[in-house]
Write a protein that binds this ligand. Structure first.
Ligand code: CP
Ligand code: NVA
Length: 335
C-alpha cells in the first residue's frame, strides 16, 4: 500500500515509479468521480496557500478548483501583494504559513526557493513550477498519454525545443522513471544538463526506457507516439534572448511534416500557453520584430491536434488534485 501522506512534491526525482503511477491512478479516479458528479470533499475544513511569484492560468485554476472539490479553502498570494522575499525571508514565511495552512503551493524562480520553503514548513509543499522543474505538469502529460495510448511502457515521446529548462528536465525524469522512451530534438547547446541525462539514463536502465539526444528532426521524430514542445523563452528569462532563440529553434518548430513523420496515431502535446498564432501581445510583438506568424508550433498543427492538447490541460486539475489529496491524507481508495 502506497502512502505519500506528509510528503513534499518538489521534483519527480524524489518519487519511485510506483509512487508516480499511484498519483496518476488517483488522478484518473478523481476524473471519473468528477465526470459522474460524485462529491469527493473529504478534506473539508483544511486550507491551502497558493504562492505565485510568476503568472499562471492552468496551475492556479487547477489548484483552486481541485482544492474546492476536495472541500478545502484556498488563499492566493500573487507576485506583488505579500511580504515574501522583499520584507520576509522564505524561512520565516514557511514557518508562518505552516502554522495556518495544511499545505503550500509555490510557483517561482530557483528550485532552491521551494526546497527552502519545504525545509522550514511543517506541512506538504508542492512545486507549481520553478526554473528547473514542473513536476505537476508531467503527471498530467503522462495521464494524457495513457488515456490515448492505453499504456506508458514502451511509448516514445519526442521533445522539440529548449530541453535545458523546467519542461525538458521534468519530462526526461518522468519518462525515464515510467519506461517512456524520451527523444530530445534540438541543437546540441539546448540538450539537458549532462549530469541529469546520466541520472535519467540510470532510471531508464531500470524502466526499460531509452534516452536519445539528436539534432536531426526527422530522425528524432520518426514513428514517435507524442511530439511535445514548449515556448522558446520561459517566464523569468530576458526578452533580449528572443533573437537568438528564434535563430536557433525555428527549424525545430513542430510542423505538419514532423507530425506526419511520427506514428499514425501520434498526439501533439504542449504544456501551454503557446505562441501558435498572432492572437497574443507577445506573438504580435515578435511578428513585428522578426516577421514570424507562429513560434514553437504551427497554427495548423495546434488546431489539428487540439483534442488531446486540451485534455492535457484539463488533466492538470485532476493530477494536481491527486498530489494534494495523497500528501494530505492516505484514506483514498481507488475503485
Ligand atoms: N502549463 C502551465 O503551467 O500553465 P500555466 O502557466 O497557465 O499555469
Ligand atoms: N517553460 C515554460 C513553461 C510554462 C508552463 C516557462 O517556464 O515559462
Amino acid at each position: 500500500m502506497i502512502s505519500l501522506k506528509g510528503r513534499d512534491f518538489l521534483t519527480l526525482k524524489d518519487f519511485t515509479p510506483e509512487e508516480i503511477t499511484y498519483l496518476i491512478d488517483l488522478a484518473a479516479y478523481f476524473k471519473k468521480l468528477k465526470r459522474e458528479h460524485v462529491l469527493h470533499d473529504r478534506l473539508r475544513g483544511r486550507n491551502v496557500a497558493l504562492i505565485f511569484e510568476k503568472t499562471s492560468t492552468r496551475t492556479r485554476c487547477s489548484f483552486e478548483v481541485a482544492a474546492h472539490d476536495l472541500g478545502m479553502g484556498t488563499t492566493y498570494l500573487d507576485p506583488k501583494s505579500s511580504q515574501i522575499g522583499k520584507k520576509e525571508s522564505i524561512e520565516d514565511t514557511a514557518k508562518v504559513l505552516g502554522r495556518m495552512f495544511d499545505g503550500i503551493e509555490y510557483r517561482g524562480f530557483g528550485q532552491s526557493i521551494v526546497e527552502d520553503l519545504a525545509a522550514h514548513a511543517d506541512v506538504p509543499v508542492w512545486n507549481g513550477l520553478t526554473n528547473e522543474y514542473h513536476p505537476t505538469q508531467i503527471l498530467a502529460d503522462m495521464l494524457t498519454i495513457r488515456e490515448y495510448m492505453g499504456s506508458l511502457q514502451g511509448r516514445t515521446l519526442a521533445y522539440m525545443g529548449d530541453a535545458r529548462y523546467n519542461m525538458g528536465n521534468s519530462l526526461m525524469i518522468g519518462c525515464a522513471k515510467l519506461g517512456v522512451n524520451f527523444h530530445v530534438i534540438s541543437p546540441a547547446k539546448y540538450f539537458p544538463d549532462e549530469d541529469l541525462v546520466h541520472q535519467c539514463r540510470e532510471w531508464a536502465g531500470h524502466s526499460g526506457a531509452e534516452i536519445v539526444l539528436t539534432e536531426d528532426v526527422m530522425e528524432g521524430s520518426k514513428g514517435v507516439d507524442a511530439v511535445y514542445t514548449d515556448v522558446w523563452v520561459s517566464m523569468g528569462e530576458p526578452d533580449s534572448i528572443w533573437e537568438e532563440r528564434i535563430e536557433d529553434l525555428t527549424s525545430y518548430r513542430v510542423t505538419m511534416d514532423v507530425m506526419k513523420n511520427a506514428a499514425k496515431d501520434a498526439i501533439f502535446m504542449h504544456c501551454l500557453p503557446s505562441f501558435h498564432d498572432l492572437d497574443t501581445e507577445i506573438g504580435r510583438e515578435i511578428n513585428q520584430k522578426f516577421g514570424l506568424t507562429c513560434m514553437e508550433v504551427t497554427d495548423e498543427v495546434f488546431r489539428a491536434y487540439d483534442k488531446p492538447l486540451f485534455d492535457e490541460a484539463e488533466n492538470r486539475m485532476h493530477t494536481i488534485k491527486a498530489v494534494m489529496a495523497a500528501t494530505l491524507s492516505d484514506e483514498w481508495k481507488i475503485d
